[in-house]
Design a protein around this ligand. Structure first.
Ligand code: PXP
Length: 243
C-alpha cells in the first residue's frame, strides 16, 4: 500500500485569506501525523500565496515523519531547500496565474538546469522527485538527470470523464512500469479524492500518494459540527443573559 503524504497547503490558504495566525499549518501537520499520515507535503510557491517561509522552517523542526517540499526550479527555491533540508523535494512547474499546478514539468526542456541542481540537492541529503505527466520522454529525462523519484501527475485521470478514465489509468500504469524499468522510484498525486484513490493506490510500484485538497476540503465539513458546538459552549459558559 502506498504511503499517504498529506499536502497541507490549503490550511495555509484559509489563514492567508485573512492574514491571521490560524489555522496554523504546523498544528495541522501534527494532527495529520497523529492520524497516521506518513509524510507532510507543502508547496512554497514563489508568490507565497499559501505556505510561508516561516511555515516551512517550523515544519522542518516539528514534522517527525517525512517533510516534502514542492518547489519550482528557481534559484531562490533551491537555496531555501538547501538551508531548510526537507527530506524530499518535488520539482514542479509554476505559473503565477494558475489555481494549482496544472501540468507536469517539461523535464526534457529543463535538463540542463536539472543536471546542475539535482546533484546539489542530493548531496545535501535531499531526495529529488520530479512532478511529471505520464509521458515516456519526461520519464527518460528524469532518469537522465539522476532524479530519485518521479511523481506521476494524476490530474488528467482524476478529471477524466467515465469514457476516458480507463485510458488515463492505463497511461499511469504504463508510466509507472516504465519509470521503474528506468530505475526511478514512483510517487503519484494531484486531484486524488476519496472515490478515485483506490484505483491509483493499486497501480504498480507507487510508493507515496500526495493528497491535499480533498482532505482539507473534507476536514472543513467533518470538523464543522464540533467547531459550532465549541462556540455554543463558550456562549453558554459566558453567563450572558438570554437574548
Ligand atoms: N502533488 C503535487 C506535485 C502538487 O503540486 C499538488 C498540488 O499542490 C498535489 C500533489 C496535491 O494535489 P491535490 O491538492 O489536488 O490533492
Amino acid at each position: 500500500m502506498p504511503r499517504l503524504h498529506v499536502n497541507i497547503d490549503h490550511v495555509a490558504t484559509v489563514r492567508q485569506a485573512r492574514r491571521e495566525r490560524v489555522p496554523d499549518p504546523v498544528a495541522a501537520a501534527v494532527i495529520c501525523e497523529l492520524a497516521g499520515a506518513q509524510g507532510i507535503t507543502v508547496h512554497l510557491r514563489e508568490d507565497r500565496r499559501h505556505i510561508q517561509d516561516r511555515d516551512l522552517r517550523l515544519l522542518r523542526e516539528t514534522v517527525t515523519t517525512l517533510l516534502n517540499q514542492e518547489m519550482a526550479l528557481a534559484e531562490e527555491m533551491v537555496r531555501i531547500a538547501l538551508e531548510v533540508r526537507p527530506d524530499e523535494v518535488c520539482v514542479v512547474p509554476e505559473d503565477r496565474q494558475e489555481l494549482t499546478t496544472e501540468g507536469g514539468l517539461d523535464a526534457a526542456a529543463a535538463l540542463p538546469r536539472l543536471h546542475k541542481e539535482v546533484p546539489k540537492l542530493q548531496q545535501a541529503g535531499i531526495a529529488v522527485s520530479l512532478f511529471v505527466d505520464p509521458d515516456p520522454k519526461a520519464l527518460e529525462a528524469a532518469a537522465q538527470c539522476g532524479a530519485d523519484f518521479v511523481e506521476l501527475h494524476t490530474g488528467r485521470y482524476a478529471r477524466a470523464r467515465a469514457a476516458e478514465r480507463h485510458n488515463e489509468l492505463k497511461r499511469l500504469e504504463t508510466a509507472a512500469r516504465y519509470a521503474h524499468e528506468l530505475g526511478l522510484r514512483v510517487n503519484a498525486g494531484h486531484g486524488l479524492d476519496y472515490d478515485n484513490v483506490g484505483e491509483v493506490a493499486r497501480l504498480p510500484h507507487v510508493e507515496e500518494l500526495n493528497i491535499g485538497f480533498a482532505i482539507v476540503a473534507r476536514s472543513v465539513l467533518v470538523g464543522l459540527d464540533q467547531a459550532v458546538r465549541e462556540m455554543l459552549d463558550r456562549l453558554l459558559a459566558s453567563g450572558a443573559a438570554e437574548a
